[in-house]
Design a binder for this molecule. Structure first.
Ligand code: C2E
Ligand code: MG
Length: 282
């Protein structure tokens, strides 16, 4: 309220200074992140993805973390925007990809089924790079991971001109790598699903929250599941937090799920214990 009585010029200069401070903090963080690349400050956690019908673990999603020396453990939303603005998202992404492939290449094999997959989040910017297909395929061959074990999760909207991304996605799939459309349900992702051939559609948590509620609420989840099916993709529900949600999603025909009900994201050692066990019933 006191701000309202300050002269306009003073307010503007205050805002200017606040803006400069934020920018300086971002520059510092970007510089620190650049130093952290290649160090063990950047690490991955893995959240198991489960077959909803049986509770069998199918694979895990790699989620990046930054153990900052002063600020503690940072989540992607704390530093990915800075990485993007400062032009280091590509390097960070490549590092995450290689680390995830190397780790998953050493995972135990399930006894009678196909190997566990590891899914890695990729922004559309990363997929638009000229060398995207080459460097992704190289990451699998360099680490000894079978291409079929890698799932790339495309995390943001492809936009109206998706032809280039569609080409990249199709080249990756030809190389045996599978692709998931993440955050499905946002306004433009319908267009993305139309433009891209994908193996998985990830149902956003927003639609999972009330999937066990009245039909008017669960209708959205049902519509996405039917759409995925019609496009020949398997559905993966994210953010499952209760038995009721897991049960209802399975009943609606959703093949896979992940969320705190089954397991939080785990460190490299924790995930191996789950993979050895092979099933998770929440
Ligand atoms: P996402 O791909 O949707 O990943 C799932 C997020 O939901 C993760 O947050 C996970 O910790 C959280 N989560 C999992 N289960 C539950 C649940 O039951 N309830 C709730 N409330 N949350 C749950 P996180 O790790 O903070 O990641 C946020 C986003 O950052 C990811 O969303 C993904 O889009 C992005 N991201 C993570 N790692 C990378 C990366 O290496 N590269 C890129 N480009 N993006 C990444
Ligand atoms: Mg994801």
């Amino acid at each position: 309220m006191r701000v309202g009585r300050r002269p306009a010029a003073q307010i503007r200069s205050g805002e200017h200074m606040a803006g400069r401070t934020v920018r300086r903090e971002e520059d510092d963080l970007a510089q620190e992140l650049e130093h952290a690349l290649g160090s063990d400050e950047i690490r991955l956690e893995y959240q198991p993805v489960v077959r909803l019908g049986s509770g069998q673990v199918a694979g895990a999603e790699a989620l990046v973390r930054w153990r900052h020396p002063r600020r503690g453990m940072l989540n992607p939303s704390d530093f990915l925007p800075v990485a993007k603005r400062s032009g280091i998202l590509d390097r960070l992404g490549q590092m995450v990809l290689e680390q995830a492939c190397r780790t998953a290449a050493g995972w135990p094999r399930p006894s009678s089924r196909t190997s566990y997959f590891v899914s890695v989040n990729f922004s559309v910017d990363q997929l638009e790079a000229d060398s995207a297909v080459e460097s992704i395929v190289a990451a699998t061959s360099a680490t000894g991971l079978a291409p079929e074990q890698l799932v790339l999760e495309v995390t943001s909207n492809v936009g109206p001109d998706g032809a280039r991304v569609a080409q990249t996605v199709s080249a990756l799939r030809e190389a045996g790598i599978r692709v998931a459309l993440d955050d499905f349900g946002s306004a433009t992702s319908l267009r993305d699903l139309k433009q891209l051939g994908v193996d998985f559609v990830k149902l956003d948590r927003e639609f999972v929250v009330d999937v066990d509620g009245p039909p008017a609420d669960s209708a959205f989840a049902l519509a996405v599941l039917r759409l995925a099916e019609a496009r020949g993709a398997e559905a993966v529900a994210k953010g499952i937090e209760s038995r009721e949600q897991a049960w209802r999603l399975a009943e609606l025909g959703c093949r896979y799920g992940q969320g705190f009900f089954f397991s939080k994201p785990l460190g490299a050692t924790g995930i191996i214990a789950i993979l050895r066990q092979g099933t998770l019933r929440g």
